[in-house]
Design a binder for this molecule. Structure first.
Ligand SMILES: [Zn+2]
Length: 81
């Protein structure tokens, strides 16, 4: 099954949210950069990431508010060099 939108499809909301947060960690995005939320696709029934959402994903927002995202981004930088 492949989506006509050509976006990568995740099988569940949980997987899409994990990928959303991972991208913020590994690509070292600022909070407003990169994908902001996940949505269920009408075309393929899977889940995709979107940067065009008006509201930020709750899990991602929590990671930002708690400082957890910043810590993980920093940890990831140390591991890389
Ligand atoms: Zn789709």
């Amino acid at each position: 099954m492949s989506c006509p939108s050509h976006k990568y499809e995740y099988m569940s909301k949980e997987l899409a949210e994990t990928a959303l947060i991972d991208q913020h960690i590994y690509k070292n995005f600022l909070p407003h950069e990169g994908p902001q939320n996940v949505y269920e696709c009408e075309l393929c029934g899977g889940w995709h990431l979107t940067s065009k959402s008006v509201s930020r994903n709750e899990q991602l927002q929590e990671m930002i508010d708690s400082g957890e995202l910043k810590r993980k981004q920093t940890a990831n930088r140390w591991e890389r060099f």
